[in-house]
Design a protein around this ligand. Structure first.
Ligand code: ATP
Length: 939
C-alpha cells in the first residue's frame, strides 16, 4: 500500500511523488543515467537481498491496491428502493394506507394489506441487497484466485514472487505479455513496448527505452513503466520506484467510481418479461375494478382488492432469483477450475458451438522432454523424462554444439529440487526442455553463459517464430544464437554444420533438413531448429542477427497429452460442439497430437497453414469453415486466430477461443468466450479473457460449457415454475368476477404469502439444480433463441392451466357443497373461509408437484430421480409447512381469513397435484414419441 521511496503524500498525476533520497526528487528518476538509478533507488544490478527486501516490505507495506469498487452501504440500500417495482409497490402501499384512513367503517384487512405491501418492498430490498453484496464478494474472491506473480532478481537469482511482495528498489524482469506490477524505471530494454491504455486511454503500443530522458511529466517518461499497464513486446529489466497505492495507477484507482454493473442479455430478457407481467397485472387490476364496481361492490373495498391483485401478480423476486442462479453457476465453475469473470459468459458458454483451442498446455501437459535430435545428417535419441537432467545422449559429440547453441538462446532457468518440489523450469517450458537436454549432453549452461556473456537479444514472437541472443565470445568477437520454428529458421540459413565445418546449403541438403523436420513432427514432436552466425558488433539489427545463418540441427520434444482431454473431446462431439485446433506449430506435429487426443479421427483432416489462410479471401475462408469437418490450423499467428474467430462469428457460431500470449488479446476480446490460461498464460491474456482456466486444461472448458448449459436450463425451470402459478392465481379471480360471485376466491394477502413465502425457496432450489446427465447430449442452443420461447410459453400455459382448473374446481365445489346461496356469503362465512384456504393450499400443493415436473423437459422425472434434489424437496416441505401454519394457527387465521383443513381436504389436494405430475409425464412421453418417430422417418 505504500507510496514512492521515502514518503510524501499522494501527488497529482504526473507530478513529483516525493524525494528519491534526500535532495533527489522522484521526478528526477527518468533523467538519471542507468548507473545512477541503482544509487538513487537503493537497488543493485543483482537485485535486493532477501533481508533488505523483507525490511522494506515492513516499512513500505504490500504492493496492493484497496479493494475495488466498495460502495458505502447506505447509498446501496437506498438504490434498492429506486427501481420500478419498488416505486410501484411503495405507491400502492401509500394508497392502501390512505384508503384505510378514508374507509367508513375502517376494515383492519385494508391495514393488513398496506403493511403486507410495505413488507414486500422491505423484503425485496433486503434480498436484492444481500444478493448484490454476495455477488460482489464472489467476484472479489474469484479475482483473488487469478495468480498475480512477477519475476524479480533477488541476491542475483531470478525468482517468481507474488506481485504483492514487491518493494521499492526491487529489480523486476519483464517479458512480453506481463502486466507491469509496480511503477518502475527501466535499466535494460530490448524492443520493449507498453500498452498504457489503463492509465492514459491510449491503446497503441509505445516503445520504451532504458536510457535517461530529459525531465518532464512522469507519465510521459519513455523510460518508465507503470502499474496497470502491460508490456506487449520485447523484454526489459526495471527498478521499482513506487508500489501499491503510491503508484500512478493507485492514485487513479482511488478516483475511479465503482465499475458499472452490466446486465446480461438473459437478465435483460427476464427484466423485460417481468415488466410485461407487471403491465398485465396493472391491466388486470383495472379490469377487475371496472367490472366489480358497477356490480354493486363497495368502491374502496374493490379498489383495495384490485390494488392487492396487482401487487400480487408483479414478479418482484424474479430478477434476484435469476442473479442468484447465475452466481451459483459461476461458483460451480470456479470449483471445476474455470473462473468466469462476467456473468455474461455463463450464458454464452451454454450456447458455445465452436471451440478454437491451442495445443501446448491445453491439450498437452506442457511438460516437454527433448527425445530426438537431428544433427550432422543423423538422428540421435535422448533418454530420461521430465526436467531432471538425468539421461543419456547417444553420440554426445555431434549434438553437443547443437545443444550448447540452443541453451545459449534461452531465457528460462532450470531450478533444482527444493523441499517437496522436484526439478522445475522458471520460464518457457520449451526452453526448459532444451536446457535439460543440454545438461544431459554435458553442457554446463552456467559456465557457457559466463564464457560467452549475453550482450543483446531479439525476443521470441509468435509472428516471426524465432528468437535470438547476441553474445561476446571468449575471443572478443560476437555471435548470434538463433532458434525457432524449422521452416522459418531454415529460410534464413545459408549453410549447415557438418562434422564441425560450415557447408553451404544446397537444394538437396535443404530438402534433407525439411524431411528430417517432417519425420520428427510426424511423431508428434515439437520441433525447434537451432542456428548461429558471427556478427560484427554487440548490437546487430534483427535482420543482421537472423540472416545468413548456419544450421546446427533440429530438436524434437515430446509433450504428453493430458489424460482427461480425450473424454472431454468426446463430450464435445456428442454436444455438437466443433473443435478447431489453432496452433503455431508444425502441421504434422499438430495432426499427430490431434489424433492422440481424438480431435482428428478421419484419415484426411483439413490441415491449413497460416500462409494458406493469407491466400484465402473472405469467401474462401467462409467455405473452409463450412460444415463440421475436422480442421487444423497450423503455423498461424495471433492475427490469423482473430480472423478465424471473426469469420466463425459471421457464420452465426458462438465461439470460445483459448489464448496465452500478449498478442492473443484481440482474439480473446473479440470471441464470445475468451479463455486464458491461469497457470501458464500471460497477464495480458488473462485480462482480455472472460474465463480463466486455473488448470489450463481443455477438459475444464468442456465442463464449463456443460455447467453453462445447465444454468440456462435451470433458469428456464424456475421461470416456468413461477409464471405458471400466476395463472392459477389469476384465473379463479377472473372466474369469480365474471360469474358475479360477490367475494374473491383468494385474497391479495394470500397471494403474497405464496409469492414471497412458499414459492421462493423452491425457485432457488430449481436454480441450483445439479447438472443433468444428458446436458451434453444435445446440440448447442441457437444463438438467438429467446428465453421465453414458444415451448416455454406453452409449458407455462399447460401447467398453469391445469393448476387453474384444479383450484377453480375446489373453490366452487366447496361453495356449492355448502348449500348457501352465493349472495349470502360474507367474509366470515365458515364455508367461504374453508374455500379460500383450499384455493391457497391447492396452489401450494400443486406447486410442490409442479417443481418436480419442471425439472426435466423431455425425460421422465422418475428416470431423472424424483428425489434427487433434496433441497427442492426440503423447500417444498417448508412451503407446505407454512401453509399448514396459515390454516391451523389462530393468529395467522386472523390475518389470512383462513380455516383449518381436514385430512380429506389435503388428500384431495395431493391427488390433484399428482394429477398435474401425471399430465406432465404424458406430455413428455408424447414429445419423446414424436422425436423417435421423426428420427425414424429421417433415417
Ligand atoms: P501451441 O499451439 O503448441 O501452444 P503456439 O500456437 O503457442 O503453439 P508459438 O508459441 O507461437 O505456438 O510457437 C510457434 C513456433 O515457434 C513453435 O512451433 C516453435 O517451433 C517456435 N517456438 C516456440 N517457442 C519458442 C521459443 N521460446 N524460442 C524459439 N522458438 C520458439
Amino acid at each position: 500500500m505504500t507510496s514512492v521511496l521515502h514518503g510524501g503524500g499522494p501527488a497529482p498525476c504526473g507530478a513529483v511523488p516525493g524525494p528519491v533520497e534526500p535532495g533527489a526528487p522522484a521526478s528526477a528518476v527518468p533523467s538519471l543515467p542507468v548507473s545512477g538509478v541503482f544509487v538513487a533507488l537503493e537497488g543493485s544490478p543483482r537485485g535486493l537481498g532477501a533481508a533488505e527486501a523483507a525490511g522494506r516490505r515492513i516499512s513500505h507495506g504490500t504492493n496492493d491496491l484497496p479493494a475495488f469498487g466498495r460502495r458505502r452501504i447506505w447509498p446501496r440500500l437506498a438504490a434498492q428502493f429506486a427501481d420500478l417495482f419498488a416505486v410501484m409497490l411503495l405507491a400502492a402501499s401509500a394508497i392502501t394506507f390512505l384508503s384505510y384512513g378514508l374507509e367508513q367503517p375502517r376494515d383492519p384487512a385494508t391495514l393488513q394489506l398496506a403493511f403486507a405491501i410495505l413488507a414486500v418492498v422491505l423484503l425485496n430490498a433486503g434480498i436484492g441487497f444481500a444478493q448484490e453484496y454476495s455477488a460482489e464478494r464472489t467476484a472479489q474472491s474469484l479475482q483473488a484466485m487469478v495468480p498475480r506473480t512477477c519475476r524479480v532478481l533477488r541476491d542475483g537469482e531470478r525468482q517468481e514472487l507474488p506481485a504483492r511482495d514487491l518493494v521499492p528498489g526491487d529489480l523486476v524482469v519483464l517479458e512480453a505479455g506481463d502486466a507491469v506490477p509496480a511503477d518502475c524505471r527501466l535499466v535494460e530494454a530490448q524492443e520493449a513496448a507498453v500498452n498504457n491504455a489503463a492509465l492514459t486511454g491510449e491503446s497503441d503500443a509505445v516503445a520504451r527505452v532504458a536510457d535517461a530522458v530529459p525531465p518532464g511529466p512522469l507519465l510521459e517518461a519513455r523510460n518508465c513503466v507503470f502499474m496497470g499497464t502491460d508490456l506487449v513486446a520485447g523484454t526489459a529489466k526495471a527498478v521499482v520506484f513506487a508500489t501499491g497505492a503510491g503508484t500512478e495507477f493507485g492514485r487513479l484507482f482511488r478516483l475511479t467510481a465503482a465499475a458499472p454493473r452490466q446486465q446480461t442479455p438473459l437478465q435483460r430478457q427476464v427484466a423485460a418479461m417481468a415488466r410485461r407481467v407487471a403491465g398485465v397485472a396493472l391491466a388486470t387490476g383495472a379490469v377487475l375494478f371496472a367490472v366489480r364496481v358497477p356490480s354493486g361492490q363497495p368502491f374502496v373495498d374493490t379498489f383495495v382488492f384490485a390494488l392487492g391483485v396487482m401487487v400480487a401478480l408483479v414478479p418482484e423476486g424474479l430478477p434476484a432469483t435469476l442473479s442468484v442462479s447465475l452466481a451459483i453457476g459461476v461458483r460451480r465453475m470456479a470449483r471445476r477450475h474455470a473462473l468466469v469473470k462476467q456473468l455474461l459468459a455463463v450464458e454464452a458458454l451454454g450456447s458455445t458451438s465452436v471451440v478454437c483451442t491451442d495445443k501446448t498446455g491445453t491439450l498437452t501437459q506442457a511438460e516437454m522432454t527433448v527425445v530426438r535430435l537431428w544433427a550432422d545428417g543423423a538422428y540421435h535419441p535422448l533418454t530420461g523424462v521430465g526436467y531432471a537432467p538425468v539421461g543419456e545422449v547417444a553420440d554426445a559429440g555431434p549434438v553437443r554444439e547443437l545443444l550448447r547453441a540452443a541453451a545459449l538462446c534461452c531465457d528460462a532457468r532450470l531450478v533444482p529440487p527444493s523441499g517437496p518440489l522436484g526439478w522445475r523450469v522458471l520460464g518457457d517450458t520449451t526452453e526448459g526442455a532444451l536446457l535439460v537436454a543440454a545438461a544431459k549432453a554435458g553442457v554446463d549452461t552456467a559456465v557457457e553463459e559466463a564464457r560467452s556473456p549475453r550482450v543483446a537479444e531479439h525476443p521470441f514472437d509468435s509472428v516471426r517464430k524465432l528468437m535470438s541472443t547476441v553474445r561476446r565470445e571468449p575471443d572478443d568477437t560476437y555471435a548470434a544464437y538463433v532458434k525457432g520454428a524449422p521452416l522459418e529458421l531454415l529460410a534464413r540459413c545459408v549453410a549447415v554444420d557438418r562434422n564441425g565445418t560450415r557447408t553451404p546449403l544446397t537444394d538437396a541438403s535443404r530438402a534433407e533438413v525439411v524431411a528430417a523436420a517432417d519425420e520428427l513432427a510426424g511423431q508428434g514432436l515439437r520441433v525447434l531448429a537451432v542456428a548461429t552466425r558471427r556478427v560484427s558488433g554487440p548490437r546487430p539489427a534483427l535482420d543482421d542477427a537472423e540472416s545468413e545463418l548456419t544450421l546446427r540441427g533440429l530438436t524434437g520434444m515430446y509433450d504428453p497429452p493430458r489424460p482427461e482431454v480425450r473424454d472431454a473431446v468426446d463430450a464435445c462431439r456428442r454436444a455438437g460442439i466443433r473443435i478447431v485446433m489453432v496452433t503455431g506449430d508444425h502441421p504434422l506435429t499438430a495432426e499427430a497430437v490431434a489424433r492422440r487426443v481424438g480431435i482428428v479421427r478421419a484419415p484426411d483432416p483439413t490441415v491449413v497453414t497460416g500462409a494458406a489462410l493469407d491466400a484465402l479471401d473472405d469467401a474462401g475462408l467462409d467455405a473452409l469453415l463450412d460444415g463440421a469437418g475436422e480442421l487444423l490450423l497450423c503455423r498461424v499467428s495471433p492475427e490469423h486466430k482473430m480472423r478465424v474467430v471473426t469469420a466463425f462469428q459471421q457464420r452465426g457460431e458462438v465461439v470460445a477461443v483459448t489464448g496465452d500470449g500478449a498478442n492473443d488479446a484481440p482474439a480473446l476480446k473479440h470471441a464470445d468466450i475468451g479463455v486464458a490460461m491461469g497457470a501458464s498464460g500471460t497477464d495480458v491474456a488473462r485480462e482480455a479473457a472472460v474465463m480463466v482456466l486455473l488448470d489450463d486444461s481443455f477438459a475444464s472448458i468442456t465442463t464449463a460449457v456443460g455447467l453453462g448449459r445447465s444454468v440456462y436450463r435451470n433458469i428456464r425451470k424456475f421461470l416456468i415454475y413461477l409464471f405458471s402459478h400466476n395463472i392459477a392465481e389469476l384465473v379463479p379471480i377472473l372466474a369469480a368476477t365474471f360469474t358475479r360471485f360477490p367475494l374473491v376466491p383468494i385474497t391479495a394477502v394470500q397471494i403474497l404469502a405464496i409469492d414471497l413465502g412458499s414459492d421462493v425457496l423452491p425457485a432457488l432450489a430449481l436454480g441450483a439444480e445439479p447438472m443433468e446427465k444428458d446436458v451434453m447430449d444435445r446440440p448447442p442452443r441457437p444463438r438467438h433463441e429467446r428465453l421465453f420461447s414458444a415451448g416455454v410459453m406453452g409449458r407455462i400455459c399447460f401447467l398453469g392451466g391445469i393448476q387453474a382448473l384444479g383450484v377453480c374446481a375446489v373453490f366452487f365445489w366447496h361453495i356449492h357443497a355448502s348449500g348457501i346461496p352465493a349472495t349470502d356469503f360474507t367474509k366470515d362465512t365458515p364455508a367461504y373461509r374453508e374455500a379460500i384456504t383450499m384455493v391457497q393450499a391447492g396452489i401450494v400443493v400443486s406447486q410442490f408437484f409442479n417443481a418436480l415436473a419442471v425439472r426435466t423437459d423431455r425425460q421422465s422425472v422418475f428416470r431423472a430421480g424424483l428425489l434427487s434434489n433434496p433441497w427442492l424437496i426440503g423447500a417444498g416441505c417448508v412451503g407446505i409447512g407454512l401453509m399448514a401454519a396459515i390454516s391451523y394457527a389462530p393468529p395467522l387465521q386472523a390475518v389470512f381469513d383462513t380455516a383449518p383443513l381436514n385430512a380429506t381436504d389435503w388428500a384431495v389436494l395431493a391427488g390433484f397435484g399428482a394429477l398435474l405430475l401425471a399430465a406432465e409425464e404424458v406430455r413428455k412421453w408424447m414429445v419423446r414419441l414424436r422425436r423417435t418417430s421423426s428420427k425414424g422417418e429421417g433415417r
